[in-house]
Write a protein that binds this ligand. Sequence first.
Ligand code: FAD
Length: 418
Amino acid sequence: MHYVVIGNGVAGTTAGETLRRLDPQSAITMLGDENFPPYCRPMISMVLEGTVSEKALPIRSADFYDTLRIHPVLGTRVSQLDPESKNLATADGQSFSYDKLLIASGSDPRAIDAENQNLDNIFYMRNYAQVRQMINALPSFKNALVLGGGLVGFKAAYGLLRRGLQVTMLISSGYPLSMQVDETAGQMILEVLKSRGLLVRVGSQVIGFEGGDRVRGAFLADGGHIPCELVVIGKGVFPAHGFVPRDKIKVDAGILVNGCMETSAADVYAAGDVAEFIDIARKRPWVNAIWPEAVAQGEVAGTNMAGRRFVYKGSLSRNVIRIFDTDVMTAGLVHPPSDDMEIQVLTETDRRRRLYRKLVFRKDVLAGFAMVNRIEQGGILTALIRSGLPVEKDKSRLLAPDFNFARLMPGSRACPIH
Ligand SMILES: Cc1cc2nc3c(=O)[nH]c(=O)nc-3n(C[C@H](O)[C@H](O)[C@H](O)COP(=O)(O)OP(=O)(O)OC[C@H]3O[C@@H](n4cnc5c(N)ncnc54)[C@H](O)[C@@H]3O)c2cc1C
């Protein structure tokens, strides 16, 4: 048996380890276009901030591949896949055949449509190499422009602010993290960032960049111009499945999988940011591009590839973010459709103490929440979403930062934390 894993991120790494644990004999090849051993991708933004050393990034030791007898083929990108002949090819001309394949190629940054975007010092922030390049050039920068207020754009802006740069964030939605939080929480986050010197421009977009070799400024669609020596493009990500033949493997936003992480093609599995499966809160297929889901899916994929059945129940979006002295936590459905009659939304806001809590229920079941500060009980709320247990009365008690779960659901014997 020859297993091939595309991607040595956390989904591919977890799958590789699971395969080796359950199948000590078979050959495993892992292909990845980055030249590093597995590392903690979310922490690259902390390296940019300067709060975490690059030495803390690796999540496995340098002898990871040797110890598990995994054959690594790094620094090369898979460009073609034929699930009928069970062959794949890389951009540098190598070819591989497999018995079972896992696609764990993660996400690519979403590109923008702007002139001159190949100038020096215009970056994406998806991998360690990009952050390393930014840090090398940092001493010569004073003004940074961050395009996009999503998770990556936000983290880039925060990191550069902490490094002492003057940062302008250009966002179309009016507030940062608009996919993760609602407007009230988003405006609270914005106030914190502005109080630390962030400049924000709303409702316009970059149409081109100015500069000789290096970027010196950005031209906006509304006629404006922003001087900058560093640009980070953080306009979101999309699943990295450009090499997947859509007539042979079903693809929606991500590669569609079932609970065993099997795609529509025989012996081809997908896991992590590239995969799409049922979202527990939304109750429909969704790509939840977050670290803990990539770990869980990698393990499920590896187990099933090794011939043991392990069914994944579905993914749940969630994020915990610290912005200077402000904590934000979200999970599940935070932006419910306004015309859904089964949805009930409860909120509590205390602007003076910078506290906010929003709970979204579908019928009586918690489907999502957003919290600014006093987030201690976010774990219980997350577990409550996962459990699907109804909260039939006194739902508003969950708005209190110190609610007592046992009193709220006295009939429930099971602890919802898992
Ligand atoms: C700056 C930043 C901050 C983040 N913060 C958080 C956070 O706070 N919390 C959280 O839960 N998640 C966070 N994430 C998301 C998290 O990192 C991802 O969900 C997770 O890394 C996904 O793991 P993965 O293995 O599916 O994909 P990846 O980690 O993307 O790994 C996939 C690997 O495959 C490689 N690859 C892609 N295409 C090919 C190809 N064709 N051929 C060969 N190799 C290929 C990629 O280069 C990559 O090395 C953050 C991400 C970034 C970039």
